[in-house]
Design a protein around this ligand. Structure first.
Ligand SMILES: C[S@@+](CC[C@H](N)C(=O)[O-])C[C@H]1O[C@@H](n2cnc3c(N)ncnc32)[C@H](O)[C@@H]1O
Length: 359
């Protein structure tokens, strides 16, 4: 990382605040330093405390910011659509790209009186909570979020209560929205039999799984992410890699092989997976087109990779799938150039969406 010139520290002190030079090495630019300080100031001002305590909060925030801790862990929250998501070290901070593709998904849903939704690798619970908050009040939804991490499950439950208390979600007693969070390992052989859905019953399967390779984690991930966010949320761990030994997929794609196995058994009406970039999106789209990953099958669920119902309905979404591209429709070719998959929106490759042909 290039060294910052001393003059920038001087400018930061002069133009922003005497505290700005503390955060500049982490924020790297004057704009982002000014933003970070503004957010900390808003947080301190909105915390009802006597002045000496407020000063201690200031000092604490600055000290943590100086070490490179993401602001969301310092302030404790992140806006996510109409929600306020509580963030704690040990659980991944929800990203705006996730909010964007999940919001787009809700615009594609036909009006329906009931919906069954399953979110695998739920983290803070941001995806099921956002989906629930955006559904029309006339839809009765049963939503489940699953994660291997007890810390994530505890936080997702707190997030449910927190957003009910802020009236961003209807009360838990409401018959319209039933949201539950459960701890489970999606690679466990007991996972699929434990799910309460018969084939075809699930309306939406969604997941933002760990999708970074161990090499990518060490070389391309931002320092603050590497140092402060949980590796379990970002990189497939040893257990998932050992499950995938029968498949010839890349280490960073292992979760998609398993998720497609789960989709093959559950036959959800609509499926959306978040991915890291356009190359990964094309590999995942290819797995769908070919009926799963290549190979003999992993040691895990023993589910059939029956994805024929989705052939020909796969799409790749960019960060902003709402934005219509001008001119010719963009696409990528998969399966040795035999199958064309449309790409929609603007930004990085971010999602792979497919739906059952009978929908
Ligand atoms: C990329 S994070 C996504 C979190 C959240 N859905 C979001 O979009 O912010 C991936 C999540 O997968 C969870 N995870 C990792 N391995 C898992 C497994 N074998 N079974 C279930 N969840 C797992 C991690 O704990 C982490 O919360």
């Amino acid at each position: 990382m290039p060294r910052l010139p001393p003059s920038l520290f001087w400018t930061a002190r002069k133009q922003i605040s005497p505290f700005a030079p503390l955060l500049l090495p982490v924020c790297r630019t004057l704009d982002s330093t000014a933003n970070e300080l503004r957010w900390i100031k808003e947080h301190v001002n909105s915390t009802p405390s006597p002045v000496p305590r407020k000063l201690r909060i200031w000092q604490d925030c600055l000290k943590r910011g100086e070490r490179g801790m993401p602001l969301q862990y310092i302030l404790g929250t992140q806006p996510f659509g109409p929600l306020e998501i509580l963030c704690r070290p040990g659980v991944l901070i929800p990203r705006p790209e996730t909010e964007s593709i999940i919001t787009h998904l809700t615009t594609l849903l036909p009006p329906t009186p009931t919906l069954k939704i399953l979110d695998l690798c739920t983290g803070t619970g941001c995806i099921p909570l956002l989906l629930s908050s955006l559904l029309p009040p006339t839809t009765k939804a049963q939503t489940t979020g699953i994660d291997i991490s007890p810390l994530a499950i505890s936080l997702s439950r707190q997030n449910l209560l927190h957003n009910i208390s802020l009236s961003h979600l209807p009360p838990s007693t409401s018959q319209q929205q039933q949201i539950t969070f459960t701890q489970s390992d999606i690679f466990s052989p007991l996972f699929l039999p434990s799910l309460p859905y018969s084939p075809g019953e699930l309306d939406i399967l969604v997941s933002n799984p760990p999708y970074i390779s161990p090499h990518g984690f060490n070389t391309t991930t931002e320092r603050s992410v590497r140092l402060f966010e949980p590796k379990l949320a970002l990189v497939p761990d040893a257990a998932s890699l050992s499950w995938s030994k029968g498949y010839s997929c890349r280490p960073e794609d292992v979760f998609y092989a398993r998720l497609l196995e789960i989709a093959g058994v559950l036959q959800p009406k609509r499926v959306l997976f978040e991915v890291g970039d356009l190359d990964q999106a094309a590999r995942v789209a290819e797995m769908v087109v070919r009926g799963g990953g290549e190979g003999e099958g992993g040691g895990g669920g023993g589910g059939e990779r029956e994805l024929k119902a989705y052939a020909g309905t796969v799409e790749i979404w960019r960060d902003d799938p709402d934005v219509e591209s001008e001119g010719e429709k963009e696409s990528v070719w998969v399966d040795g150039g035999k199958v064309r998959v449309g790409v929609k929106g603007r930004g990085n490759g971010r999602g792979v969406y497919f739906w059952r042909k009978d929908q």
